[in-house]
Design a protein around this ligand. Structure first.
Ligand code: AMP
Length: 289
């Protein structure tokens, strides 16, 4: 595995052959959820006989944070991240400095934001500007890494739909491949932010997955939403949202909806958590190894 930090090192490591690698973009502080994405990326690269293998980018992108305190305290654990990347089968880790991604005076533009990024009462309401930052950095990483495919976790369901829509609207020749959510024992979705939960809050946070699971048994989206609010209230959690939407557009489910997704965002103490699950019940649940 090679660690590179500049665009020229990256291009040399890629052998200057575009579209022959699988990119896994991350912000570091890697856990078993990221490891699963990297393993999936390495397998995909092997299947497609792409010689550059799986490239993991590690970059804490300031433009997607709403609160500087959140950016400042975002965990940075590069040594441990490199060990995890190697064990999971990454071929290249690209860990650029800020100026490499956003060269002063030549800041990459923000691409047009897909409609799915700003659907009412979801992330945009509580993290305005977040997806503009995500689209900006992902577009830039795509330009730098020139992958043939990129893997994104279903854990960040709205982000996955935003990146799919962005890639389609820019007609980029990159397959966007989803990866299932990896959970801790008890169902809490793995997140780099879980380390900030107190033991009591970690227990309360289990209600998020519990609410999604119970909602998945309900016969209608309206009943599912009510159920989520009830389960969360029992744990004294007031969510930012707990909704069932069209899985692709994230609009309110309507007559044309073929796939639904239940989505929750909630602050538990200081920590903002998001999670989602197919509605009605889906059986695919990946457990941490
Ligand atoms: P992050 O470093 O948090 O920006 O996440 C990098 C990638 O890992 C994104 O595509 C996330 O959706 C994905 N990811 C984060 N947590 C998980 C998880 N628990 N299971 C699967 N994928 C995840």
């Amino acid at each position: 595995m090679r660690l590179v930090t500049t665009a020229s090192q990256l291009h040399a490591a890629l052998g200057n052959v575009p579209a022959r690698s699988v990119l896994v973009p991350t912000m570091g502080a890697l856990h078993d959820g990221h490891a699963a994405l990297i393993r999936q990326g390495a397998t995909l690269a092997r299947e497609r006989c792409w010689p550059s293998g799986c490239v993991v980018s590690i970059f804490v992108n300031p433009t997607q944070f709403n609160e500087t305190t959140d950016f400042d305290r975002y965990p940075r654990t590069l040594d441990a991240d490199l060990r995890l990347c190697e064990a999971a089968g990454a071929a290249i880790v690209f860990a650029p400095a800020l100026a490499e991604v956003f060269p002063p005076g030549h800041e990459p533009s923000v691409p047009p934001l897909p409609a799915v990024a700003t659907q009412p009462q979801l992330e945009d309401k509580f993290r305005p500007g977040h997806f503009a930052g995500v689209c900006q950095v992902v577009r830039r990483l795509f330009d730098l890494c020139t992958p043939g495919a990129a893997i994104f976790g279903e854990k960040d369901w709205q982000q996955l739909q935003v990146i799919r829509a962005l890639t389609a609207s820019l007609t980029l020749p990159i397959d966007i491949v989803p990866a299932p959510t990896v959970r801790e024992q008890g169902g809490l979705a793995m997140s780099s932010r879980n380390r900030f939960l107190s033991p009591e809050d970690r227990t309360r946070a289990l209600a998020i997955h519990g609410a999604l699971r119970e909602a998945s048994q309900e016969p209608s989206p309206a009943r599912a939403e009510a159920r989520m609010h009830d389960v969360l209230a029992e744990a004294e959690i007031r969510p930012e949202y707990a909704v069932v939407r069209d899985a692709e557009t994230l609009l309110a489910a309507g007559a044309g909806t073929t796939r639904h997704r239940a989505l929750i965002a909630a602050r538990i103490g200081e920590v903002r958590l998001i999670d989602n699950l197919g509605w009605p019940e889906e059986r695919r649940v990946a457990l941490s190894s």
